[in-house]
Design a protein around this ligand. Sequence first.
Ligand code: DAH
Length: 367
Amino acid sequence: MNEEIPNLDGFDEAALDRAFGQLERQAREAAVAVSDEAAVEAFRLEWLGRKQGRLNEVSSRWLKAAPADAKKLLGVRFNALKAVVEVLLDAAAGAGQTDAALKAEAIDITLPGTRRLMGVDHPITRTLNEITSVFAALGYSVGVGPEVETDFYTFECMNFPPGHPARDTQDTLVVAGQERRSQRDRLLLRTHTSPVQMRTMEQQPPPVRIVIPGKVHRNDAADATHSPIFHQVEGLCVDTNITFSDLKGTLDHAMKALFGSAVKTRFFPSFFPFTEPSADVQISCIFCGGKGCRKCKNSGWIELLGCGMVDPAVFAFAAEKQPGYDPKKISGFAFGKGVERIAMMKYGVSEIGSFYSGDMRFLGQFV
Ligand code: DAH
């Protein structure tokens, strides 16, 4: 028996209001005092416990004893009180847990926020994009090819036959365990982007205007200006009546677009197996304007890229798959340049390794 449930002193509305009102007040006061999980359980037992709970007591003492005509009125109030108690219990249980959980994950909104760094293109990527967009504006499209390449595409079809001394100018990293393959099928890390010239020509008949940005590898010792992994941009233009003046005009325009309209270019005879004639291109020193300084070794000129008219032997390889590359009908020029060298000049970087170090103090300057 729960001693705190008094007997009813009547079944009229006023008596019921008083009796149920008092119980509800008691329940509300008890719920407010609930502070932890144990108290929640105690509250539940006290009010809703199956045997000794107050509501059970109310049911057996008041409801069952009521005369038939008062039962309905009592039942309605009883259900209302029970609903109130259940809401109080839910609130008390929720409040207890949420309080602890809230405390655990409380945020001090007066602390400064976490600053998210802006992502920007790496200076090499940026330079690659600048170069390709200069040529894109001239109607060139962008080509790509594999970094693990065959001996055939890297050398043979670019007119470096097996054993040719020009192969020695590109100290090559080869993939091991290829002895069973024929020499032309052996895999290596491409030493230049030139193989993509042939891959492109095999895919499409002339005319071709393409720039090829990409990563290349050489077995070179790293120093301030060399890295065994670096980037090149290759260019190829093939059409009818392409002449050396087209080559000069195109590269002169590209150098002015990249380094400013005051820059001059000059062309020197050179040698590449895949071009004939071949040339090295120099630009007037962007640091001293051509007067002579430490950067240009007092010459006033800086050597920047290689180029030339596509050798007929290269077209002959392309013509095996695309007969349109008949050197009697078409001609073309090609060029290739190192991207790191250009980026170093543009951004005044003196150590090539800075590009690959991942050092945020260096990279942060390009934001
Ligand atoms: N492939 C040459 C190298 O890596 C660069 C080059 C020179 C590419 C002249 C060309 C070219 O397409 O015409 O040294």
